[in-house]
Design a protein around this ligand. Structure first.
Ligand code: DOR
Ligand code: ZN
Length: 365
């Protein structure tokens, strides 16, 4: 009989991750690299990573910040703007720098001010991406202030994404951090084409919008797209645990210093990297579908991106595991980051095959 307290799977990848830069990069990267083999790195730095040269330089900084022997590969993305040059994008792809390009509607979220004001103007960019097979990763929310914040994803699918994929019928698209039943239905409806995927975060599998108001306003549960009603969370759990298919793991781990979270206008983003795989395991275990975790975490993403799954394995051990209350990311306490579940425990611990690497310390860099 298999041991229900241990689960071995191919080493997973994180198909949506914010690593930031400088001291924050050095503080957060070890948590991801200790578990995940590859990660799609979001380009929303200030200024954004909007050219192949900028992405190459950012990749160098990430590599330089890696602890030794992690075997971790950062996969870079291009931040699309109104003035993205299709030739630069294609050259970056041909040189192995760009794994994808990210569409932020202007002002949709953190560092999205330079994002795209009107997707209709990016026709030549999308046409080139379609031609070379470069996936388009979308932050799928409209920014129209007249649209209720909880409806912005559903309206985006309707108004922006449906016409876009109809116009570019071979464009590969990932609906990033899906948060609604609408997104699940949209992606499922296109599953047969193999060209539409979606990432799902651990936090959207574990919390609904009530978590924003639990005993007071909870900035550490605030992210974009914001968590929705319970019926949407249930649809996400169903999708994530559905086995082989278009849904795959993307944490959207998005660290902000505590000073930017615990204030009058808190930044959006949850820092889930210190417990990420264990958090996903909790969500899968809650519905009795741990056997489907490997497809979601380690197989569906590589299949979508046309990459091989990882050769090595990780083992999840069912044991309450502390999550640090804070992770230092600079000289002062205000620079620290509060992880999701910080100061409490996650139900699963991760062991890497072949090495008994201790988890990174929470002392930053
Ligand atoms: O919550 C979020 N945080 N959503 C995003 O889209 C961006 C991210 C960030 O960079 O902080
Ligand atoms: Zn993100």
């Amino acid at each position: 009989m298999t041991d229900p307290t241990r689960l071995t799977l191919r080493r997973p990848d994180d198909w949506h991750l914010h690593l930031r830069d400088g001291a924050m990069l050095r503080a957060v990267l070890p948590w991801t690299a200790a578990v995940f083999a590859r990660a799609i790195v979001m380009p929303n730095l200030a200024p954004p990573v909007a050219t192949a040269a900028a992405a190459r330089a950012y990749r160098d900084r990430i590599r330089a910040a890696l602890p030794p022997d992690t075997g971790f590969t950062p996969l870079m993305t291009c931040y699309l703007t109104d003035t993205t040059n299709p030739d630069d994008l294609a050259a970056g792809h041909a040189d192995g720098v760009f794994a994808a390009a990210k569409l932020y509607p202007a002002h949709a979220t953190t560092n999205a001010a330079a994002g795209v004001t009107d997707v209709a103007r990016l026709g030549p960019v999308f046409a080139r991406m379609e031609e070379i097979g470069l996936p388009l990763l979308v932050h799928g929310e409209v920014t129209d202030p007249d649209v209720d914040v909880f409806d912005r994803e559903a309206v985006f699918l309707d108004r922006v994404l449906a016409p876009l994929i109809a116009r570019f019928s071979n464009l590969r698209v990932v609906v990033e951090h899906a948060t609604t039943r609408d997104a699940v239905d949209f992606v499922t409806a296109h599953a047969a084409t193999g060209r539409i995927g979606a990432t799902i975060t651990a936090h959207h599998l574990l919390i609904n919008r009530n978590a924003l108001f639990e005993g007071g306003l909870r900035p550490h549960h605030y992210c974009l797209p914001v968590a929705k009603r319970e019926r949407h969370r249930l649809a996400l759990v169903d999708a994530a645990t559905s086995g082989p298919g278009p849904f795959f793991l993307g944490t959207d781990s998005a660290p902000h210093p505590v000073a930017a979270k615990e204030c009058a206008a808190a930044c959006a983003g949850l820092f889930t990297a210190p417990a990420a795989l264990g958090l996903y395991a909790e969500a899968f275990q809650a519905v009795g579908r741990l056997d489907r975790l490997e497809a979601f975490a380690s197989l569906n993403g590589p299949a979508f991106y046309g990459m091989p799954p990882n050769d090595t394995r990780v083992t999840l051990v069912h044991a309450p595991t502390p999550v640090p209350a804070t992770v230092a990311a600079g000289p002062t306490p205000a620079d620290a980051v509060v992880p999701f579940r910080g100061g409490a425990t996650v139900a699963w611990r991760v062991e890497r095959e072949r090495d008994a690497r201790p988890p990174p310390t929470d002392r930053g860099s």
